[in-house]
Design a protein around this ligand. Structure first.
Ligand code: GDP
Ligand code: MG
Length: 711
């Protein structure tokens, strides 16, 4: 009978304990694992069949506790409370058991069957931590299985134990708070049991403990009960008694009692072999976290990543550009109708090809970042930046979302869910779009490489740095004005250093690269074709007459030119003439007055428009607007050359445009995420704020550049 029913297992655990690794090992799925807190913010689910039964596994967000204050804790807690999994598997980090057991106690109190995975068994052994898991399991009344999640070891036994525990109706032993507090718990429990339905929905003991702990969510849930007033009186009596006898707040006493209980259990069951010397992690940290060495090292590492990305990326990028050039030549030699050739070359190859050429850079950059992430260094960077983040009104916890912003704003904005203070959360969400995401990289590379060829990587790095500075200043300003409020205290987690697995790193790289390429294949393709359409139509009137007069004026002005050179020049003039008459040209002309003070022409205005859909599109649109001369000569990086030769471009304009793109509102996907996470009001604020700021800053860059003698 039981076989047909689905068994729902909820995976809980502290951040970084290895939950996602165990989830992946159990389900065969490939969810992102990371060596820093806060990767899993939403619950993930998977189904498997094991021993002939259907098992549904839910990976909950990692939490240290089950209070109702932080969004990730609420997600985990609500799932357990409202959806009642059949059994909870708590994944514990064996190298840090005392702290991890704190969550286990809270899970036990929820009144459901619980099994614990003593994960990181390999590391515990390495560190000389000997855990008598049979004894610990007996003391706490929770079955325990040692596991190594990253290698899938012990995961099968864990599943078997979980099923056996469920089938055997084995319930954990409740932690004890001492006779006096237990008496108060008992009184409250009895009152809560008076409402049958309520007592089945929530474990009365858990509810009683939460009431004593002044948990706002628990207090809200009892409001509707018939004897709510009695419960309130009994709760206040408990508070009064505890404060009187212990001289501290009830919530602090409850937590101290729990730690005491844990300490008792652990002192029996855990022994540490005395290891000679200090651990590798400590030795590395002495250096990496050194007050004077740490910060310069951090900047050096970031700088090295950019250097490496460009030094290595140059070759595959050039190779890809060459391939797309060849493809273009093939299309030209084909017998396809002229309009189709035009669409293929100017719409698709220049648009999509321009974006795809940058894939190698994305791969290398994310390889470096993912590698660092998995070693545990990024968590140190968060720690190093904590002091600094405090100064601007955030703290180390915001570092990870900001860092993720270098990849893509969407997951970065979602990662802010781990922040406890709503105001810090909004401030972080608003700071993220100023961090240069992967989509902005191709624009910087193109423009810096074209106009600052000898300092390209420095200019690109400067753009990234300016984005960081801007997000810092903006946060500083917002936290003192519209988002005023105190910072929340928070304990930072420093995971031990781990050698990343190649598979894990490649998986991250693949995830990010694939989402970039998928965009190129879908939305960028569509917008490229659309841009081609609106730049090619309606066909300009009198184009033949214009071509003829252009030819004669070119030959008159430069009599010595070869036929091919004349054709190329005429081609350019005709393209310009056509563009001006097209739909895109007309839109560009409408917005030109707004952009003119910065020095942007209507053509640059046209290129900015699709940047709202996705930043990569600016490159593909420039490809369409300034595409290669159609003279059958496919050698060389033509877009760069045409930009350099175009009269409306100069290093100063390129710099101002990079700044504009850095600051302007993020892509539609990010805006949609901001709306979902922060609401309409903040979405509107973000758009207006960043548009205004983009205009002002690029105007300043343009004017200052001019004053400093830039052309
Ligand atoms: P979560 O935050 O609880 O979901 O943790 P993850 O599954 O993302 O794991 C955090 C890090 O620990 C990753 O780098 C994993 O590869 C690593 N990891 C997970 N389980 C083990 C284990 O049993 N032993 C070791 N040495 N590393 C592990
Ligand atoms: Mg996880």
């Amino acid at each position: 009978m039981q076989d047909t029913k689905v068994l729902t297992i909820a995976l809980a655990g502290n951040p970084n304990a290895g939950k996602t690794s165990i989830f992946n090992a159990l389900t065969g799925a490939h969810h992102k694992v990371g060596n820093y807190p806060g990767v899993t913010v939403e619950k993930r689910e998977g189904s498997i069949e094991f021993q002939g039964r259907n098992i549904h596994i839910v990976d909950l967000p990692g939490t240290y506790s089950l209070t109702a204050y932080a969004l990730d804790e609420v997600v985990a807690r609500d799932f357990v409370l409202n959806e009642k999994p059949d059994i909870i598997v708590d994944v514990l980090d064996s190298t840090n058991l005392e702290r991890n057991l704190y969550l286990l106690l809270q899970l036990i109190e929820l009144g459901l069957p619980v099994v614990a995975a003593l994960n990181m068994a390999d590391e515990a052994a390495e560190k000389g931590i000997i855990i008598n898991h049979t004894l610990l399991s007996k003391t706490l009344g929770v079955p325990m299985v040692p596991t190594v999640g990253s290698r899938g070891e012990g995961v099968r036994e864990l599943l078997e134990t979980t099923i056996a525990t469920f089938d055997g109706h084995t319930l954990p032993r409740m932690p004890n708070y001492g006779a006096d507090i237990e008496a108060h718990i008992k009184t409250l429990e009895d009152l809560l049991k008076e409402d049958q339905a309520f007592a089945t929905a929530y474990s009365p003991r858990w509810m009683a403990i939460k009431l004593i702990e002044k948990d706002p969510d628990a207090h809200r849930r009892i409001e509707g009960l018939g004897n709510a007033a009695d419960i309130q009186t009994a709760t206040e009596a408990a508070w009064h008694w505890i404060t009187l006898h212990y001289g501290k707040d009830p919530e602090i006493i409850m937590s101290e009692q729990r730690y005491g209980y844990i300490h008792g259990a652990v002192s029996e069951a855990i022994h540490r072999k005395r290891l000679r010397g200090i651990s590798l992690t400590e030795r590395i940290d002495r250096f990496v976290m050194h007050p004077f060495v740490g910060t310069p090292l951090f900047f050096f590492i970031i700088w090295a990543i950019f250097k490496l990305t460009f030094a290595l990326g140059e070759y595959p990028v050039a190779w890809l550009e060459q391939r797309f050039g060849n493809l273009e030549a093939v299309v030209q030699r084909s017998t396809l109708p002229a309009v189709i050739q035009d669409l293929l070359i100017n719409g698709i190859i220049h648009g999509v090809g321009g974006v795809l050429s940058f894939v190698p850079l994305i791969v290398i950059l994310f390889f470096c970042i993912s590698f660092l992430e998995d070693t545990g260094y990024i968590a140190r960077a968060a720690f190093l930046t904590d002091r600094f983040l405090h100064a601007i009104g955030l703290h180390g916890q915001s570092f990870m979302p900001l860092m993720l912003g270098f990849g893509c704003s969407v997951p970065a904005i979602m990662a802010t869910r781990t922040l406890k203070s709503p105001k810090e959360r909004i401030a972080t969400i608003l700071a993220i779009p100023f961090i240069s995401c992967g989509g902005k990289l191709p624009i910087y590379v193109l423009l810096a490489g074209t106009f600052f060829p000898s300092n390209a990587s420095t200019v690109v790095m400067l753009m990234y740095a300016s984005g960081l500075v801007l997000s810092v200043l903006s946060t500083f300003f917002l936290r003192r004005t519209v988002l005023k409020g105190a910072s929340m205290p928070f304990v930072m987690e420093l995971p031990p250093y781990r050698m990343p697995t190649l598979k894990g790193v490649l998986w991250h790289v693949w995830e990010k690269t694939w989402s970039y390429m998928r965009k190129a294949g879908t939305i960028i393709l569509a917008v490229s074709v659309l841009m081609w359409l609106i730049t090619s139509y309606p066909k300009a009137a009198g184009i033949d007459a214009f071509t003829a007069s252009a030819r004669s004026s070119v030959t008159a002005a430069q009599p010595g030119l070869s036929d091919a050179a004349v054709s190329a020049k005429v081609e350019g003039l005709v393209r310009q003439y056509q563009l001006e008459q097209s739909i895109a040209g007309r839109i560009g002309k409408i917005i030109e007055p707004v952009l003119a003070p910065i020095g942007f022409t209507w053509k640059i205005g046209v290129a900015l428009l699709p940047g709202l859909t996705a930043k990569e599109l600016v490159v593909s649109t420039l490809g369409v607007l300034y595409g290669a001369p159609l003279d059958g000569d496919s050698e060389g990086p033509s877009l760069r050359q045409s930009l350099r030769e175009a009269p409306d471009w100069s290093p100063r304009i390129a710099l101002a445009l990079m700044v504009f793109i850095l600051v302007m509102p993020p892509c539609f996907a990010s805006l949609a995420t901001i709306r979902a996470e922060a609401g309409d009001k903040w979405l509107a604020f973000q758009v207006a704020y960043s548009l205004a700021l983009a205009w002002v800053l690029s105007f300043l860059v343009s004017v200052l550049g001019g004053a400093l003698g830039m052309v």
